[in-house]
Design a binder for this molecule. Sequence first.
Ligand code: OSB
Ligand code: MG
Length: 369
Amino acid sequence: MRIERLDLHHLRMPLKSAFETSFGRIETRDCILVAAYADGLVGYGESAADRDPGYSYETSGTAWHILQDYLAPAVLGEKIPNAEDYQARVSGVRGHLMAKAGLEMALWDLWGKQANKSLCELFGGESQRVDVGVSIGLQASPEALVETASDYLKKGYRRIKIKIKPGRDVGDVEAMRRTFPDLKMQVDANSAYTLDTADVLLPLDEFELLLIEQPLAEDDLWDHSQLAPRFKTPLCLDESITSLKHARQALEMKACGIVNIKAGRVGGLSQGVAIHNLCLDQDVPVWCGGLLETGVGRSSNLALASLPGFTLPGDISATERYYDEDIIEEEFVLNEDSTIDVPGKPGLGITIDQKAVKKYSLQNMTLSA
Ligand code: OSB
Ligand code: MG
């Protein structure tokens, strides 16, 4: 299918409640919505780069620039039969993985619609519903955290992740564990520690956490391999795994025992599938992370998480956890068993709410072949 046209929409959406991590507080979430047109079909993708370079060096501004000036010219007027072909065309652009992932997702939506297959079917997914949990941002106090967590447990979530940072780590976990002795729980530091300061986390080993996510910096693969043996609890990498190659290297040096896969962070769904395959091969559990995506990205996360290696609950929560108004017509709801259904319609299986897109757009652009 020849790509005839691309639309870019820079969106800024108010979150229902602010999301605070060790890298900052997010009140509104930016993304770039990509629409790709071919053969009378249109596919949608979401580039998850946010306004500020806190989680990643990419921003909605850099993603817009890279999409407009480099990625769009690489695909417009071209026949792109599959993700391998797409990745080869954009391989001259170093980095900018979230920008690349947004366009790849729009192409997957097109390929699925053309083949009349859902993304889950295209990937070889095996589950119709996936285990999910909720990621709770830093709260005002450990007491407030326990209260927020209770609200989510009442809604039916059976796995909770809490954000930690220096000064708000062991105490918060202790308060949670005291109140919820059997809860499936994990923590995410978003790179807030160094090899020298991370020993304050050693007491976490008492609390039977599923995992400790990304204690050290993104480029500290080696230091994670030095830190990991100090803990009984498995370390899990998020920010550090930006490619299949880094996943392989992390596993070879035992920098982590579990991998968080986010298609946006690794340059596209195809790369997420490849990392899943590597980990499945080596019996390393993976789970699907989230980036507070709109329904567009969430739909693709559900498809990815339907693959058999995703054995831990994902950070894929119900639509109502994130936004008052999403940009898709469908709503993702939590089932009673703390799962969410995997979309079954062709492509991403979603319908864009054009009025909502218009409402939240800061900038729009059409690029033609
Ligand atoms: O590190 O997993 C992270 C949100 C934004 C940036 C980074 C992270 C997160 C989350 C939220 O933890 C996951 C979600 O519910 O989408
Ligand atoms: Mg994380």
